[in-house]
Design a protein around this ligand. Sequence first.
Ligand code: SAM
Length: 243
Amino acid sequence: MELLLAGCSQLGLPLSQTQIDQFRRYYELLAEWNQKINLTAIDDETGVQTKHFLDCLTGLPLIREEMGGGSSTRRLRAIDVGAGAGFPGLPLKIAWPELHMTLLDGTGKKVRFLQEVVTALQLKAVQVVQGRAEELGHQETYREQFDLVTARAVARLDTLVEYLLPFARQGGIVVAYKGPGAAEEFIEARKAIDLLGGEVVRFAPVQVPLLEEERRVLLIKKQRRTPPQYPRGQGLPRKQPLG
Ligand code: SAM
């Protein structure tokens, strides 16, 4: 895990031996399971350290800063929507163990993999849930309950904000990890963000350590409650995005 360590030191994120061991075991399980089920196109050790682990951790200093340095005494609740093989939720949880993390995905085999990783790494305060964002976003135990809502590579931004904003409590933040094409997506999603009760606080280009590619991290603060009709069902967020 040398690249991970070098990258984390650039990001100002010190890792303990336990955390390094957890990342290593996570990588091993990912590579092992990826032989049987299709979890990710990237499963070589270099790629996993840079394009998965460091890519996800690059958002962490910004997230912590926005959440008051992560020094809250109250337990902070996070949900990663469309977590897939666990990104960005699991790297964030490993690097920030105090976070209570819910990993949500619609696909059963991915959820089984996530549960296996959580057990093998002995992670505490992690809940793995199979379900659709459009449905859970209406359930009392999930709606407007989270301090932090994250997603990477799940949908275009105008669709994604309808999945994510309903989960955030007022004052909570929503974080979308995006690639370089995000500027155009951002313009298309602005009205939807406002309609759903959000306000953009940051749309920062970020440099992932040891990678050339440009990434952007969009941070939205939930200012007002999301109107009760959102998220819409029947695939509408994807078929007819708000905007
Ligand atoms: N976030 C991971 C990453 O960055 O590697 C996985 C990305 S993968 C391309 C998209 C994942 O989102 C899939 O695992 C899919 O099952 C999940 N997904 C897409 N739409 C969803 C929805 N509406 N509700 C729950 N999960 C969803």
